[in-house]
Design a protein around this ligand. Structure first.
Ligand code: ZN
Length: 178
């Protein structure tokens, strides 16, 4: 997936714009991770459910910190179609509708890894393209936090290697193909 294809041709030039995007992104991720956690409980996998509750917890804490930062700002209302990312969902929102891919720990860990990578790339892109130094600094900070989540998921990836059963009919979710 070409990461740049996710970002439209405009840059983020204000802290308000950055925070509005980041809060939306985190809240969506939390919602989806909670759903995946519930799904893993249903599939009797408390371990992976725990991982996703942990990721949801980070997201919740992150969103709270951002909301505190934004408390004296007037954040722009960003309609979903105005989001910088082009898909209907934010980069950090796992495609929970794709339940087929949520059947095994392998698949949900892979999915979350991709989601966190995309969020990381998004913030890094903002840090690189914005001309506002304050936006650059904050975006870089957010990118560093996402890098921690990516590292955590890389550990989990090793615990859950590719399942041997026949998942090969369509290994890559459709959203991966451009
Ligand atoms: Zn994250």
């Amino acid at each position: 997936m070409s990461e740049s294809s996710k970002i439209k041709n405009r840059t983020i030039e204000t802290l308000e714009d950055l925070l509005a995007h980041a809060i939306a992104l985190e809240n969506e991720a939390v919602e989806r991770y909670d759903e995946i956690a519930d799904n893993m409980d249903v599939h009797n996998n408390p371990q992976v459910a725990g991982l996703f509750r942990r990721l949801a917890g980070y997201g919740r804490k992150h969103a709270e910190e951002m909301e505190n930062r934004a408390v004296h700002m007037a954040l722009p209302h960003i309609a979903p179609w105005d989001f910088l990312w082009q898909s209907a969902d934010s980069p950090e929102a796992a495609e929970v509708g794709e339940t087929h891919y949520l059947m095994t720990p392998y698949h949900v860990v892979e999915l979350a890894h991709r989601v966190e990578m995309t969020a990381h790339t998004f913030y890094q892109g903002v840090a690189e393209t914005s001309t506002n130094p304050a936006v650059k600094i904050l975006a870089r900070e957010f990118a560093a936090e996402e890098a921690e989540h990516v590292a955590l998921l890389e550990e989990w990836r090793e615990r859950y290697p590719h399942p041997d059963i026949n998942w090969d009919e369509d290994l890559d979710p459709p959203m991966m193909h451009e």
